[in-house]
Design a protein around this ligand. Structure first.
Ligand SMILES: NC(=O)c1ccc[n+]([C@@H]2O[C@H](COP(=O)([O-])OP(=O)(O)OC[C@H]3O[C@@H](n4cnc5c(N)ncnc54)[C@H](OP(=O)(O)O)[C@@H]3O)[C@@H](O)[C@H]2O)c1
Length: 298
C-alpha cells in the first residue's frame, strides 16, 4: 500500500480562489475589497519571505493588503500604537503581526492589543477563549488548515483517534481543540510523553507539530493512518551540492509513505494551507464586522 499524497498547495489554491469569490461578493456591499494589514518588524529573512507570500497571495485573490514595516529597534509602544491605529481603521478587516518579534518586544502584549474581531491569526486571548468555549470566532490558521485537509481526505472526523504531537499555543493546543470540535477523540503528546511511538500507533490521524527533522519514524504510524506533517525543518543536503540545504517535516517521509493512508508533503502540505486560512479569515472578519451574510457553505 502506498499513501495518497495530500496536495496542500492545490487545496490552498482552491481556498484562495473561493476567498476571492466571496470577498468580491462582499466588496459590492462594503464598497471595497476585504483588507488584510500585515506588520513586519525587523529584517529576519524567513519572516520577510512569509510576509511577501501573504501579501502576494492576498492580492492574487483580489483582496487588498497593507504592509507596514519597521526596523528591528522600534519601541514596543510604537508597535502597539500601529496595532491600535489599524484597530481604528474602518478600511482594515484583518491584522497580522508577523512573529517572531525582536527580543525587546513582548509578543503577548502586542497581540493583546489586536481587536479580536480583526484577529485573523486567531492568537488573542479572546479568540483562544472563543475556541475553548466553542463559540464562533477566528481560528488559528495552521491548525485550521490541518482540520480542513483531514476532512478533505477522510470526510467526517467524528470518532477518529487523533494524536497531536506538540502543545504550543500557535499549533498544538488549538489543533487539538479544533479536532475535538469535529468530535474526534484527541490526545496531545509533548516532550514528556511516555512511549510516544506506541501512542502514535493508536492514531487514525497523526499531527506532528514539533520542529524536529524526521523524528516520527515509519513504525510509529498505523497502517492506513492520515499523517499531517506540520513541522518545517531545514537540513543540510550535500547531495544537492556543497552548502545546500532542503526542507523536511517532522516525519521520515520515505519510511511512512509506504504504509500511511494519507500524508502531507513538506514543502507543499500544511504550509500553503496556513496562508489560505488567513485569506479565509480575512473574508470572514470583513463579513462579521460589516454584519454581512456569508454563503452557508463558507
Ligand atoms: N506549516 C506551517 O505553516 C507552520 C506553522 C507554524 C509552525 N510550523 C512548524 O511546526 C513546528 C512546531 O511549531 P511550534 O510553533 O508549535 O513549535 P514550539 O512552540 O517549539 O512547540 C514544539 C512542541 O513540540 C514538543 N516537543 C519537542 N520535542 C519533543 C519530543 N522529542 N517529543 C515530543 N514532543 C516534543 C514540545 O513539547 P514541550 O511543550 O514539552 O516542550 C512543544 O510542545 C515547527 O517546525 C514550525 O516551524 C509550521
Amino acid at each position: 500500500m502506498s499513501a495518497n499524497l495530500i496536495d496542500g498547495k492545490a487545496v490552498a489554491a482552491e481556498i484562495d480562489a473561493r476567498a476571492g469569490e466571496v470577498g468580491a461578493g462582499l466588496a459590492a456591499a462594503l464598497g471595497r475589497a476585504p483588507c488584510l494589514a500585515v506588520v513586519l518588524i525587523g529584517d529576519d529573512p524567513a519572516s520577510d519571505v512569509y510576509v511577501r507570500n501573504k501579501v502576494r497571495r492576498t492580492e492574487a485573490a483580489g483582496l487588498t493588503s497593507i504592509e507596514i514595516r519597521k526596523p528591528a529597534d522600534v519601541r514596543e509602544a510604537d508597535v502597539i500604537a500601529i496595532v491600535e491605529r489599524l484597530n481604528q481603521d474602518e478600511g482594515v478587516d484583518g491584522i497580522l503581526v508577523q512573529m517572531p518579534l525582536p527580543d525587546h518586544i513582548n509578543a503577548n502584549r502586542v497581540i493583546s492589543h489586536i481587536d479580536p474581531d480583526k484577529d485573523v491569526d486567531g492568537l488573542t486571548e479572546t479568540s483562544a477563549g472563543r475556541l475553548v468555549l466553542g463559540q464562533a470566532g477566528l481560528r488559528p490558521c495552521t491548525p485550521a488548515g490541518c482540520v480542513f485537509l483531514a476532512e478533505r481526505a477522510l470526510g467526517d472526523l467524528s470518532g477518529k483517534s487523533v494524536v497531536v504531537i506538540g502543545r504550543s499555543i500557535l499549533v498544538g493546543k488549538p489543533a487539538a481543540l479544533l479536532f475535538l470540535e469535529k468530535n474526534a477523540t484527541v490526545t496531545i503528546a509533548h516532550s514528556r510523553t511516555a512511549d510516544l511511538p506506541a501512542l502514535c500507533r493508536t492514531a487514525d490521524i497523526l499531527v506532528p507539530a514539533v520542529g524536529r527533522a524526521e523524528m516520527v519514524r515509519g513504525d510509529w504510524v498505523k497502517p492506513g493512518a492520515c499523517v499531517l506533517d506540520v513541522g518545517i525543518n531545514r537540513i543540510d543536503a550535500p547531495e544537492r551540492g556543497a552548502g545546500k540545504s532542503r526542507l523536511v517535516g517532522d516525519v521520515a517521509f520515505d519510511e511512512i509513505v509506504g504504509h500511511a493512508g494519507w500524508i502531507t508533503p513538506v514543502p507543499g502540505g500544511i504550509g500553503p494551507m496556513t496562508i489560505a486560512m488567513l485569506l479565509r479569515n480575512t473574508v470572514i472578519a470583513a463579513a462579521l464586522r460589516a454584519k454581512l451574510p456569508l454563503p452557508d457553505d463558507y
